[in-house]
Ligand binder design. Structure first.
Ligand SMILES: O=P(O)(O)OC[C@H]1O[C@H](OP(=O)(O)OP(=O)(O)O)[C@H](O)[C@@H]1O
Ligand code: HPA
Ligand SMILES: [Mg+2]
Length: 180
C-alpha cells in the first residue's frame, strides 16, 4: 500500500496536532452544551474517532452515510442519502464531521436536509479543506488543514474504497490510476 504513495501531504504527527487543536476549539465553543457529532460515512470515520477523544466533555455521536463519488475521482454531482440519522435533532446543536470538503456538494445536500429538522445550530468541522475545487460556497466553521488541488488518500480518504487505513494523507503515484 505505502509503495503506491508518491508524497505525503499531512503526516501522522500533523494529524495528531490538528485533531488536538480542533478538539480544544470545539470544547471551548460548546461549553455547557451537549452537541451531537455527526460522522459522515465512510470517509470521516477515522477523524471522528480521534476528534471525539480530543473533545473532553459531554457529547453524543451519530452517523450518516451520504455518497457522491462512488469509485470515481470526480464528484458525480448527485448526492444520495444511504443512511439517515436514527434520532430527531430538533433543538440540538449539530457538528457535521467530514474528512474533506471538495466541491461542497455533499455538504450542501446535508445542510439542506438537516435545516428542515429545526436543529438549534449546525456547524461544520472538516479535517481537510480543498477550496480550489469548490463549486458551492459552503462555510466551514472548523478546518483542520487546507490542501492543494490533488486527489488524496489516507486517514479515511479512499481510492476505490482502499487506502482509508493509511495513518497519513498522501497522493498516489500516477501509475496506480493508469493500471485501472
Ligand atoms: O465536497 P464534495 O465534492 O462533495 O466531496 C467531499 C465528500 O466526498 C467524499 O465522500 P464520498 O462520497 O466519496 O464517500 P465516502 O466518504 O464513503 O468515501 C468525502 O468523504 C466527503 O464526504
Ligand atoms: O481528494 C479526495 N480523495 C478521496 N476522496 C475524495 N472525496 C473528495 N475529495 C477527495
Ligand atoms: Mg470517498
Amino acid at each position: 500500500m505505502r509503495e503506491n504513495i508518491e508524497k505525503t501531504i499531512v503526516s501522522t504527527e500533523e494529524i495528531q496536532k490538528t485533531v488536538a487543536r480542533l478538539g480544544q476549539e470545539l470544547q471551548t465553543d460548546y461549553q455547557g452544551k451537549v452537541p451531537i457529532f455527526i460522522c459522515i460515512l465512510k470517509g470521516a470515520v477515522l477523524f471522528m474517532t480521534d476528534l471525539i477523544r480530543a473533545y473532553d466533555a459531554p457529547a453524543e455521536i451519530e452517523f450518516m452515510d451520504v455518497s457522491s463519488y462512488g469509485d470515481a475521482l470526480e464528484s458525480s454531482g448527485e448526492v444520495r442519502i444511504l443512511k439517515d440519522l436514527d434520532i430527531p435533532v430538533k433543538g440540538r446543536d449539530l457538528v457535521i464531521v467530514e474528512d474533506i470538503i471538495d466541491t461542497g456538494r455533499t455538504l450542501e445536500a446535508l445542510i439542506k436536509l438537516l435545516q428542515t429538522r429545526e436543529a438549534a445550530s449546525i456547524k461544520i468541522c472538516s479535517f481537510l479543506n480543498k477550496p480550489a475545487r469548490r463549486l458551492i460556497n459552503v462555510h466551514v466553521d472548523y478546518t483542520g488543514v487546507t490542501v492543494p488541488d490533488e486527489f488524496l488518500v489516507g486517514y479515511g480518504l479512499d481510492y476505490k474504497n482502499q487506502y482509508r487505513n493509511l495513518p497519513f494523507v498522501g497522493v498516489l503515484k500516477p501509475e496506480v490510476y493508469e493500471q485501472n
